[in-house]
Design a protein around this ligand. Structure first.
Ligand code: SF4
Length: 154
């Protein structure tokens, strides 16, 4: 049977990005189709209630794992602490995963919510996870990014 899978809405071409740009990833739809996956689109930041467009955000002091442990913050370009709203968006995303029976998630690399292997800490790219990715993984979901697809057979 086709498998439901959470997918970052922006990877499907939906205009959910902070800058309102439309940047779908051409390999994603093809991969979903070839692997008989049913995409469940999620944007953790919109699920948190943030508007689009919205301020750019980055980590300060760690990544999404550290935010879950209250050891780092998500900070906006204006210097506001957005950790609480990002945590809310991550919890809403986990709710959608549970309601739809998703055990996997395909999320957008380097986003403060969705990053899988890398994120921005201040202006630097560091190894780490977004807040939603960290929470999904802690709850048993397998999470990978669009940059992992070329090496994946299942
Ligand atoms: Fe895409 Fe995730 Fe950012 Fe939403 S929060 S725009 S789904 S990368």
């Amino acid at each position: 049977l086709p498998d439901p899978i959470l997918v970052s809405a922006c990877l499907l071409g939906l205009q959910t990005r902070y800058d309102n740009a439309c940047k779908g990833h051409h390999g994603v739809l093809d991969w979903l189709h070839r692997h008989r996956k049913i995409p469940v689109p999620v944007c953790p930041e919109q699920l948190a209630g943030l508007p689009t467009p919205r301020s750019r955000t980055f980590f300060c002091g760690g990544d999404g794992e550290a935010v879950l442990d209250a050891k780092a913050q998500v900070v906006s370009d204006e210097g506001e602490n957005r950790s609480a709203i990002f945590l809310h968006g991550a919890r809403e995303t986990l709710k959608v995963a549970r309601l739809s029976g998703c055990r996997q998630a395909l999320l957008k690399e380097r986003s403060p919510s969705c990053g899988v292997h890398q994120v921005y800490c201040a202006e630097k790219i560091i190894a780490g996870r977004g807040v939603a990715t960290a929470l999904l993984r802690r709850n048993g979901l397998e999470v990978f990014s669009e940059e992992d697809l070329s090496g994946m057979n299942s």
